[in-house]
Design a protein around this ligand. Structure first.
Ligand SMILES: *Cc1c(COP(=O)(O)O)cnc(C)c1O
Length: 423
């Protein structure tokens, strides 16, 4: 009984703390509503321009020839992202597959891919692969690879980038979001600056952006500031929590066509591909995405403000500019980390009763613990948290289809830490 009262008192204290954090970050939270509103209008206008209609949601079977829903969907995405063309498909199995398709589409043996934002996201390491790895990776196919690490302060090492761009450099890769690393994410403004500098060094280079987690967090997207090709996952931001699977590629018509040939087959490209029953949720998800991304980012801002109040280091800080969903919190001990992730799971509407444990996930190099009580398996616009079990024990949380859920998740995680004597 006493224990129960203590727990109740601890929860009430945390709620008060959350209210203080909300007051502190009021301006940042309101700014998120503004961005969501403008992006909502942008999406609606693209739907209107292309006269999206009920029959576009029907979905084709077989080859999927003349599937107007699919064709218009590509046009709507291209418009929203300010790109010449887009390829939006449920046939992409994940973000990694989508990014891999984009890169394989434009790179040929003898070309080189140069990542200028340091090591790319973990799952891409095997897509890049090693020469002779026998797995059909980029390097196995004879595509060269190089990367320029970020500077100590998180900035780009332009001296080294300039020295690394040469005749064979065909694609320059940029990862917008921090992924699983303690660095800043790159804003669209910064990406525009990178494009300008890279093209000044080599005008015919293609600039590729891994846009995962970035969509609709700002007023512009990378393809609106000169990026040639970008890719992302539909079970993250642009799927709006409704798209059941898939990915998108957007960019120049030529680069998107090359990616389409890689996804299906040369000569076929994006003109086939049955959409089955996926169209309505992909369209409606895109319609909802700006608002839901806004809710999720507000959740991240609250988490940052709260954890900072409690003495933890956060990245980004609560008042820093934001260009993705991800909120990193440095815990310093595996116990805090695991309690946090388990607390996020405990706050879910789905699978709250299961307790996540670290495991060796395919594509990742360290054991990873993941909280994902989601409607879409692995959907990370939904409230979720991931943490590779490695020093300095940083948890990456993201998502929340509603701000209220994200807030409940952070409070539940903190409450769990209090209950375990960790706070
Ligand atoms: C999620 C993510 C990927 C890969 O997406 P999956 O769907 O997990 O394969 C790639 N890059 C970044 C930055 C990501 O956040």
């Amino acid at each position: 009984m006493i224990r129960q009262q203590e727990q109740q008192a601890a929860w009430e204290k945390l709620e008060k703390l959350a209210a203080e954090a909300e007051r502190l970050a009021d301006e940042q939270l309101r700014h998120r509503d503004y961005i969501a509103e403008r992006n909502q209008w942008k999406v609606i206008r693209a739907f209107q321009k292309h006269q999206v209609s009920d029959f576009h949601f029907a979905g084709s079977t077989g080859y999927g020839y003349n599937d107007r829903g699919r064709e218009v969907l590509d046009e709507v995405y291209a418009d929203v992202f300010g790109a010449e063309a887009a390829l939006v498909r449920p046939h992409f199995v994940s973000g990694t597959h989508t990014i891999g398709t984009a890169l394989f589409g434009v790179l040929r043996p003898g070309d080189e891919l140069l990542y200028i934002t340091g090591k790319p996201y973990d799952t891409l390491h095997k897509v890049i692969g090693k020469p002779g790895d026998g797995k059909g990776s980029l390097q196995d196919w004879g595509v060269g690879y190089n990367e320029v690490p970020l500077l100590e302060d998180g900035g780009l090492d332009w001296e080294r980038i300039e020295a690394s761009i040469h005749e064979r450099t065909k694609v320059v890769g940029i990862q917008r979001s921090r992924g699983y690393s303690w660095r800043s994410s790159f804003t669209v403004g910064q990406i525009g600056e990178m494009v300008r500098k890279v093209k000044a060094i080599k005008p015919d280079v293609l600039v590729f952006v891994d846009n995962c987690y970035g969509e609709f967090t700002e007023l512009l997207e990378p393809t609106e500031v000169g990026v040639d090709l970008m890719a992302g996952s539909l079970i993250k931001n642009p799927g709006g929590g409704l798209a059941e699977t898939g990915g998108y590629i957007a960019g120049t018509a030529k680069a998107v066509e090359a990616a389409a040939y890689r996804l299906t087959a040369p000569g076929i490209g994006g003109e086939v591909g049955a959409m089955l029953g996926t169209l309505r949720s992909i369209y409606q998800g895109l319609f909802l995405a700006p608002h839901l991304v806004g809710q999720a980012v507000k959740g991240s801002i609250l988490a940052a403000a709260l954890f900072e109040k409690l003495g933890f280091e956060t990245n980004p800080r609560w008042d820093a500019p934001r260009t993705d969903l991800i909120q990193a919190v440095r815990f310093g001990s595996p116990e805090h980390l695991v309690a946090f992730v388990q607390g996020i799971q405990q706050a879910a509407a789905v699978d709250a009763h299961v307790v996540p444990e670290p495991w060796d996930m395919p594509g990742y190099e360290h054991p990873v613990i993941m909280a994902a009580g989601t409607f879409i398996q692995g959907g990370s616009l939904e409230l979720s948290a991931d943490a590779p079990i490695r020093e300095p024990y940083i948890a990456y949380m993201q998502g929340g289809l509603t701000y209220a859920h994200a807030k409940y998740g952070v409070l539940t995680a903190l409450h769990k830490m209090v209950g375990s004597g960790l706070l």
